[in-house]
Write a protein that binds this ligand. Structure first.
Ligand code: NAI
Ligand code: MG
Length: 322
């Protein structure tokens, strides 16, 4: 049966890397693609960064593949995550054999809370001098994330990163909810303060496997881990909801290289592999992952990885191996 994947290339290199992911998906599965607009370009045209028809399409499809949006990113990606009712952002940060990495032993999956914390959108300008932000943490979202984590680790344990020693109420609640669920399920956990984690993950990333964290911490710490494994051009992510999901590279529109045809498509292609897995096509997902591994080991490389290849060269190499 043909499945439809909603595709939103967005802006900048999103428009260059998403087509690569589409040709890869087209090669490994029976998918149809419906393309929609979002981001700076459509905002300039219509005054709306996330057109209603785009949101509607995402709300009605099982899976969406998103590239990146520029200045309007927050107006696009936050509502899209809530459209798929995503309670977790899955961000693997894995070093690849053959790719220069600061820490080649890194193999960490971040499970980031995806709806609340400081990204819940409650910011106020109270006076000329004062702005405030309300941080939102609920038991229900924290527990839902922990339940996902317990299933995700398949009998292994996970690490909870937080700052409950300072944010006693909000991170205190997050910490307690996550630890409670893990205990109920008999899943072993370790705790780490998120600032200490930032140091530890640089010094000895091998000690971490799956890391569960609040929204902002997960955003920052997974970008940090991207630096350890060879850059943002490699990192995929999945925004998982109960029924639908949205897949996107961790990186943005890369204005410094956009239009040059040299963006690394691996992050988006790996996001497409996560999409296959979510849709139940494990074999297709594995084929894509294998092709990525092989190309990164001895195929053409884009400049971010020290090579001279174009996006198209990498696309061709991926398709050859499929
Ligand atoms: P960025 O991820 O776009 O770029 C950071 C650096 O990494 C740049 O030097 C860029 O060239 C490099 N880079 C990123 N992806 C790459 C790839 N696939 N291949 C090769 N090099 C790559 O982050 P930045 O510069 O902070 O933001 C640029 C724009 O993107 C901003 O307008 C921002 O709002 C937006 N953004 C959007 C996101 C989204 O749509 N989810 C996420 C992050 C940023
Ligand atoms: Mg980020």
């Amino acid at each position: 049966m043909t499945e439809t994947i909603t595709v939103i290339p967005g802006d900048g290199i999103g428009r260059e890397v998403v087509p690569v992911a589409i040709s890869v998906l087209d090669t490994v599965g029976d998918f149809e693609f419906e393309e929609y607009d979002a981001g700076d370009a459509v905002y300039e045209e219509t005054g709306e960064a996330l057109p209603a028809e785009t949101r509607q399409a995402v709300a009605e499809s099982d899976a969406t593949l998103f590239g990146a949006a520029g200045e309007t990113a927050a107006d696009v990606i936050l509502p899209l995550r809530s459209t798929v009712e995503s309670f977790v952002n899955v961000r693997p940060a894995r070093a690849y054999p053959g790719v220069d990495a600061l820490r080649p032993e890194t193999d960490i999956v971040f499970l980031r809370e995806n709806t609340e914390g400081v990204y819940a959108g409650h910011e106020d300008r109270l006076s000329e001098d004062l702005s405030t932000l309300t941080r939102v943490v609920t038991d229900s979202a924290s527990r839902r994330l922990a339940e996902f984590a317990c299933e995700y680790v398949e009998g292994e344990g996970f690490t909870v990163a937080h700052k409950a020693n300072v944010m006693r109420e909000t991170d205190g609640r997050f910490r307690e909810a996550v630890l409670d669920v893990a205990e109920e399920r008999g899943v072993p956990t370790e705790e780490v303060l998120m600032d200490a984690f930032a140091t530890q993950v640089c010094l000895d990333p091998a000690q971490y496997d799956v890391v569960v964290c609040p929204n902002l911490a997960g955003d920052v710490l997974s970008d940090l881990a991207a630096g350890l494994v060879g850059g943002l051009g490699l990192l995929p992510s999945a925004n998982i909801g109960e029924e639908r999901a949205l897949f996107e590279p961790v990186h943005g529109t890369a204005p410094d290289i956009a239009g040059e045809g040299v963006a690394n498509p691996v992050a988006t292609v790996s996001s497409a592999a996560m999409c296959c897995e979510f849709l139940g096509h494990d074999e297709a997902a594995e084929r894509v992952r294998q092709a990525v591994l092989e190309v990164l080991a001895d195929g053409p490389r884009t400049p971010d990885l020290g090579g001279e290849a174009t996006t198209e060269d990498v696309e061709r190499a991926l398709l050859d191996r499929l």
